[in-house]
Design a protein around this ligand. Structure first.
Ligand code: NAD
Length: 477
């Protein structure tokens, strides 16, 4: 499968004439090739976006909302194709690709269409004047996305960005180009004006050309913390509007008064959804001493009951990791856990049919006996690897949970909602769930603090980020 760039309403081969392979995570085989875009490709995409900006940004928001509806309708018709491509490209189970990726990609466009249509202009009256706050487009946006939730995250940025009148250049992860290409086919099919959405494939070099270009006014980046820091260094000196959604090391805190059965289910899901490759995954599990043994028995049983195998199989709970390189990174943490004095309670290599042997496979791994300061317990691993720790008091749990450079998310499991809320408010993160995990309302702010990022997207925060407010003050006669 050969994929092309999409610039000014046309699918183009790269000017660079260079290509890179796209590999299947579950078999290790090449499934296609994508442009390895060079500077000229990126510059031509930026020029297309700049050219389309005046007309697109001057449309009435309700007209732009109609375009979002058309894209949502067309994506919905391709629901099964989205799920199939996403599963093939990322190695995630098809059931997950349907329930999370395909569903959210459609609902992101629907949600922002409604928000943009319903938005009312803010007005602040003074005794002798009226202030109107007008939200205008920022300009050309660079939207850079990772491989773990490819279309889910790309649509999360494209919908509010173009909805607020910006034009964009997308740079999806080189590891998962297929659904980004599908979105471009959809955009082409509905006939969105050329240049409003452009897309270049390629590696980090294409991303860095994009973030450093003076004609790009805004950068919305989701990815690793170290890349985020490079993006900030490139974009900040030019005062571009910048949103960074970065890594996480999130705690699941289990109190002794929780509903243990529901908690074990929830904590297992939080730990291993998408093979643990979700920035929100609860990869450090803190359990109150008095129920530790009982929790561990039930948790290990729950982890070992997960079905690992062919992502296209409807019964599969866990698929493959994204790449050989990433598998090696996650495996290196298993070795590190042993060096740091931990015990591997469950894990190893799964037993798989021959056709999957070339893929990037790892069984869900649970480590105990590590210090809460250990590298395994404080660094982002981003795979099917969790550490479990004991705690004795609320204060103890809060202290451990806050002992990491990240501050993205977390979950608290307790029968006492008052305590849940109290502890939640003491954890230094952007988001925290009580007795649930990844329970998303698209109106709420999404993002993290510390090394997990800068700024928020979601609901009115997305509309704010993808626009510039203009205050018009009208003095009364
Ligand atoms: P990554 O940082 O390696 O890559 C992300 C994107 O940035 C890719 O498209 C890549 O090509 C591009 N890129 C690489 N170098 C660049 C540069 N110098 N300038 C501009 N762009 C560049 O991340 P990844 O491995 O694809 O994704 C995994 C990471 O993403 C994890 O750390 C995870 O926690 C994080 N993540 C965060 C969120 C969130 O909302 N906070 C969501 C999903 C994933």
């Amino acid at each position: 499968m050969k994929i092309l760039n999409y610039i000014k309403g046309k699918f183009n081969e790269p000017i660079s004439s260079e290509w890179m392979d796209n590999f299947s995570p579950s078999t290790g085989k090449v499934i296609g090739s994508i442009p390895l875009s060079g500077d000229a490709d990126v510059i031509s995409a930026i020029a297309a976006a700049k050219g389309a900006l005046p007309e697109w940004s001057s449309l009435d928001p309700s007209d732009r909302a109609l375009w979002l509806d058309k894209i949502a309708d067309c994506l919905e018709e391709k629901f099964e194709e989205i799920a199939h491509l996403e599963s093939m490209d990322t190695g995630k189970p098809i059931s997950l690709a349907r329930s999370v990726d395909a569903r959210r990609s459609v609902s992101n466009f629907r949600f922002f269409s409604e928000m943009i249509r319903d938005r009312e202009e803010e007005v602040f009256e003074m005794e002798d004047a009226t202030n109107i706050v007008k939200l205008r487009a920022v300009g050309v946006g660079a939207l850079i996305t990772p491989w773990n939730l490819p279309l889910y995250l790309l649509s999360w940025k494209v919908a509010p960005a173009i909805g607020m009148g910006n034009t964009v250049v997308c740079k999806p992860s080189e590891l998962t180009p297929l659904t980004a290409d599908l979105l471009m086919r959809v955009i082409d099919e509905v006939g969105l004006p050329p240049g409003v959405v452009n897309l270049v494939h390629g590696n980090g070099n294409a991303g860095s050309v994009l973030t450093g270009n003076p004609d790009v006014d805004l950068v919305s980046f989701t990815g690793g913390t170290s890349t985020g820091s490079k993006v900030a260094m490139s974009a900040s000196p030019q005062f571009k509007k910048l949103s960074l959604e970065l890594g996480g090391k999130n705690s699941s805190i289990v109190f002794s008064d929780c509903n243990l059965e529901e908690t074990v289910k929830g904590v297992t899901r939080a730990a291993f959804l998408n093979q643990g490759q979700v920035c929100l995954c609860g990869s450090r599990i803190l359990v109150e001493e008095s129920i530790y043994d009982q929790f561990m028995d039930m948790f290990v049983e729950s982890v070992e009951s997960m079905v690992i195998g062919d992502p296209m199989d409807e019964d599969t709970d866990l698929g493959a990791l994204i790449s050989k390189q990433h598998l090696e990174k996650v495996e290196s943490y298993v070795s590190l856990a042993l060096e740091e004095g931990g015990q591997i309670v469950t894990g190893g290599k799964p037993c798989l049919p021959k056709e999957l042997e070339g893929g990037n496979w790892m069984s869900p791994t649970v480590v105990t006996g590590l210090g809460t300061e250990s590298r395994c317990s404080t660094e982002e691993v981003f795979g099917p690897f969790v550490t479990v720790h004991r705690f004795n008091s609320e204060e103890d749990a809060i202290k451990i949970a806050n002992n990491t450079r990240y501050g993205l998310a977390g979950s608290i499991w307790t029968g006492d909602l008052e305590r849940g809320r109290r502890v939640a408010e003491s954890i230094h993160t952007g988001m925290i769930w009580v007795n649930t995990w990844l329970h998303r309302d698209l109106r709420v702010p999404f993002g993290g603090i510390k090394d997990s990022g800068v700024g928020r997207e979601g609901g009115k925060w997305s509309l704010g980020f993808f626009s510039e407010p203009l205050n018009v003050c009208l003095k009364h006669d």
